[in-house]
Ligand binder design. Structure first.
Ligand code: ATP
Ligand code: MG
Length: 467
């Protein structure tokens, strides 16, 4: 094996999924899940990379496109109106009408930067005129161009103008640049409609700019499903807080368009049922979850919850996973059993070196490891596969190896050493032993350890163990 002189020389991958060592099936499933929006069930022992896979998956999916808000409902305040917007338009795009550039007044086209100062051609490009090939903005037609033309002037994305209607009245018009040599025009009517919805009291409950990774491990009912806060004044318009202002989204809503990660999902018990409903419907109502609170009478229906579920659990907890939820994941996603060890070959030893370098860089406070230290760490991975999983190969219970690397790094720091050396790794392995290992070494068996804790007075039928 070609060992580098130290982990300093190891090039680290940029793709977060490539940082995951030895779990190719799970990584493959995560890639497909992100592209096709499928769910993922990761089963495996602690420290094998389940959380890491879920986080990397979330980084692969595109940023959310919807913003969700609740509006005050004047006629029925306890039923706030749901407002789901695609992106965040400054005007309701659907309200204006699209017209070709040739139909807007010349001065508007000019101020939008759509008219070429050289040939007079109209196009929505920013600099070069597609008709004559000149720079639309810099070459003017008159010697006084800087005074009378728009040369050098900042072009506008939007132009406001007053139009005289046939009945003699004046009305405000807004022209907005659009794609494909078109302009979007808003007249007074469409503007009033837009302004109306803008003016309605509104609370954004799911921001457009949000994280695509939402962790709901060990969440309570309200954290998971949302809530409506209590108001001692019952939402009285004068002294209380209006119901729409008290609506709180749950993790299932915050994960809309993103990843909802639930570690040890079996621990959610009856809450699994709600996750199943939210997954099926892709929406879930928000209501006050405490029957004695004034929030209980408030309800917003159909709040979007279209998430990719990544659930993780240990193999022994599999029977506690709600069967319909499991079948839902299997029917629209992947179940992956994580590996506990990998074959001891050159390729995988290289991966182990990459892992060691990664952990050192991630930690940021410890020095790099030299070749001998790398070998000692690989030997430890070999030993752990044998001891823990009774397998020949290299362990993939990598959190424990990560612990040794950090401990060895700390020892190297204390030593003032430039690198983590073999002696630091050996000392870290000794110090980093589990309580079980320490008990075994000190007392020989748990029974003896128990005897010594109680001063040897414990009476137990099993005489053989005492002997
Ligand atoms: N397959 C792996 N590739 C690279 N690093 C790993 C891998 N597995 C674990 N690690 C390291 O161990 C740490 C813990 O991993 P992670 O939290 O993903 O494990 P987990 O399976 O979610 O454990 P738990 O069941 O305890 O939540 C990671 O931050 C990483 O440093
Ligand atoms: Mg985890």
């Amino acid at each position: 094996m070609d060992l580098p002189e130290s982990t300093k020389e190891v090039a680290l991958p940029k793709d977060p999924l490539e940082m995951i060592i030895g779990q190719s099936d799970a990584v493959e499933a995560a890639k497909i899940a992100s592209r096709q929006r499928r769910h993922l069930l990761l089963v495996g022992p602690p420290g094998t990379g389940k959380s890491m896979i879920a986080q990397s998956l979330a980084r692969l999916i595109p940023p959310p496109k919807q913003e969700v808000a609740v509006l005050h409902n004047f006629s029925n305040p306890e039923r706030p109106i749901l407002d789901v917007r695609q992106f965040k338009p400054c005007y309701g795009k659907e309200e204006g009408i699209l017209v070709p550039l040739s139909r807007v007044p010349k001065y508007v086209a000019e101020r939008l930067g759509c008219k070429c100062n050289v040939c007079g051609g109209l196009s929505s490009t920013t600099y070069l005129c597609p008709k004559c090939g000149s720079d639309k903005q810099t070459k003017g037609l008159t010697p006084f161009e800087d005074l009378v033309s728009s040369k050098g002037a900042k072009t506008n994305e939007r132009v406001y103008a007053i139009r005289k209607c046939p009945d003699g009245k004046e009305e405000m018009m807004v022209y907005e640049k659009a794609d494909g040599d078109k302009v979007r025009v808003y007249d007074q009517k469409s503007l009033t409609k837009v302004v109306d919805s803008e003016m309605k009291p509104r609370k954004v409950i799911i921001l457009l700019k949000r994280n695509t990774f939402v962790q709901a491990t060990g969440a309570s009912e309200t954290e998971l499903l949302g809530d409506v806060r209590h108001d001692p004044y019952g939402g009285h318009p004068e002294v209380g807080v209006l119901p729409y202002m008290r609506v709180l989204p749950g993790a299932i809503h915050e994960a809309h368009e993103g990843v909802l990660f639930i570690d040890e999902i079996a621990n959610l018990n009856y809450l699994q049922r709600y996750i199943l409903t939210a997954m099926q419907e892709k929406k879930f109502p928000i209501t006050g979850r405490n029957a004695s609170s004034t929030g209980a009478s408030v309800r917003v229906d159909g709040v979007p919850s279209d998430f990719i579920l990544v659930a993780a659990l240990n193999m022994s907890d599999l029977p506690s996973l709600l069967p319909p939820l499991r079948s839902r994941i299997a029917g629209n996603g992947y179940e992956v059993l994580l590996k506990t060890h990998m074959e001891d070959n050159e390729e995988n030893r290289d991966k182990m070196v990459q892992f060691i370098a990664q952990e050192i860089v991630k930690d940021g406070r410890i020095p790099h490891a030299n070749a001998e230290a790398i070998l000692a760490l690989i030997e430890e991975a070999r030993k752990r596969a044998r001891l823990v999983d009774n397998a020949s190969g290299l362990t993939l219970r990598l959190r424990s190896i990560s612990g040794i690397i950090k401990l060895a790094g700390d020892l190297a720091c204390i030593d003032g050493s430039e690198f983590i050396e073999k002696k630091h790794v050996e000392a870290a392995i000794k110090r980093g032993r589990s309580i079980e290992e320490q008990v075994n070494e000190r007392y020989g068996s748990w029974w003896r350890a128990g005897m010594s804790e109680y001063g040897g007075k414990i009476e137990r039928g099993d005489a053989k163990e005492v002997a």
